[in-house]
Design a protein around this ligand. Structure first.
Ligand SMILES: Nc1nc2c(ncn2[C@@H]2O[C@H](COP(=O)(O)OP(=O)(O)OP(=O)(O)O)[C@@H](O)[C@H]2O)c(=O)[nH]1
Length: 333
């Protein structure tokens, strides 16, 4: 059994996610890049385009500040994507083909702000729309150059953004999942506990409980059946627990044969019932029973002003109590 003492207690400043970085870069650059043009349009008294440009500068500036302060990205990303297209489309409609080159950065940005397939569909629709708007303004050869160059931009952006998202997902899994069992790893557990404790300090009316499970006499199980079978048992155990808990509950591997369920919005009574259900489902699992697998369980509800370390420590002590009572049972802190 591992000690609970190494759980990180420090609240580090939240780091910027890739999405935040992308939206802040795009909105910041757009705001600064369009600013001189809005001033030129004002100077030229080209009011319609000046209003559009000033609108783009202010809106993208606001989006930058909003993401900087709140760290939220979903809605700001969508707004930025549609806003860029709207401004480019409107400027081309007002000023003609001389404004067409703005479509290239707008198209590229779309693929990093919206899901790749949606961005692809919208981009094709916008390119067709621009073709209709400019049908009397450009020659056939110019149209051909425009469609081939914008099509190439579109394909490149699609390929690059899809690949980036896939790699990002793989990296996230590597950083947060236990490679053997697929349960959340210790780092993910620590982060989740800090998040839950922070939430509990704001919204204490929603109870949260920890259920700490330790496989009994696992050393002996390994000695009898071999280490490889021991690994299979850990995988089967995680599958059995995942089949029983709610989708909103989270299962983490805390140490070698020690696992934690964080049950949010769950009272102590409900958590005690769940802990007993989990213990029972492992005992009743035919294959696990064949290998003599049982678990000892410690349950603790979050109490106000407690740190994540203290909370986990209480559930750890409850689990030790269960071991002392002869194993294959549940105790409450
Ligand atoms: N197969 C396998 N075994 C592991 C893994 N991680 C830890 N273990 C084994 O789990 C065993 C844990 O042993 P102990 O901490 O002594 O605890 P225990 O034998 O389960 O005894 P109690 O917890 O007191 O019931 C050790 O033999 C570890 O080698 C793993 O990833 N795979």
């Amino acid at each position: 059994m591992k000690s609970a003492k190494t759980v990180v207690e420090k609240h580090s400043a939240p780091k910027r996610t890739t999405e935040e970085f992308i939206i802040m870069t795009l909105s910041g650059v757009t705001s600064l890049a369009v600013l001189p043009f809005s001033l030129i349009r004002l100077y030229q008294q080209d009011w319609a385009v000046a209003v559009l440009d000033i609108f783009a500068v202010v809106a993208t500036g606001c989006l930058f500040c909003y993401v900087y302060v709140t760290h939220k990205t979903k809605i700001p990303g969508q707004i930025l994507a549609y806003l860029s297209l709207f401004v480019v489309f409107s400027t081309v409609t007002l000023k003609g083909s001389q404004q067409l080159m703005w479509i290239y950065p707008a198209l590229t940005a779309m693929f990093f702000l919206l899901p790749s397939n949606l961005a692809g569909i919208i981009s094709v629709a916008v390119l067709l729309g621009l073709g209709i708007v400019l049908r009397h303004d450009i020659t056939l050869l110019q149209a051909l150059v425009f469609y081939i160059s914008s099509g190439a931009t579109l394909i490149f952006s699609y390929a690059f953004s899809s690949r980036m998202r896939k790699q990002q997902q793989q990296l996230t899994e590597l950083a947060t999942k236990d490679p053997l069992t697929g349960a959340g790893n210790r780092r993910a557990l620590e982060q989740k506990m800090l998040d839950v404790v922070a939430f509990q300090r704001r919204e204490s009316q929603y109870p949260a409980s920890l259920i700490l499970m330790d496989l009994d006499n696992f050393k002996r199980v390994n000695d009898i059946h071999g280490h490889a079978k021991g690994d299979d048992i850990l995988i089967a155990f995680v599958n059995a627990i995942n089949n029983r808990i709610r989708i909103t509950d989270n299962l983490y591997r805390f140490g070698g044969e020690e696992f934690v369920v964080i049950a949010e919005n769950t009272s102590l009574k409900e958590a005690i019932n769940l802990a007993e259900d989990l213990r029972d489902s492992i005992e009743r699992d035919e294959w696990l029973a064949e290998h003599g697998v049982t678990i000892s369980v410690g349950t603790a509800k979050y109490t106000p002003n407690e740190t994540a370390f203290e909370w986990l420590g209480r559930s750890d002590r409850a689990m030790y109590q269960a071991k002392e009572r002869g194993r294959n049972c549940c105790c409450v802190a």
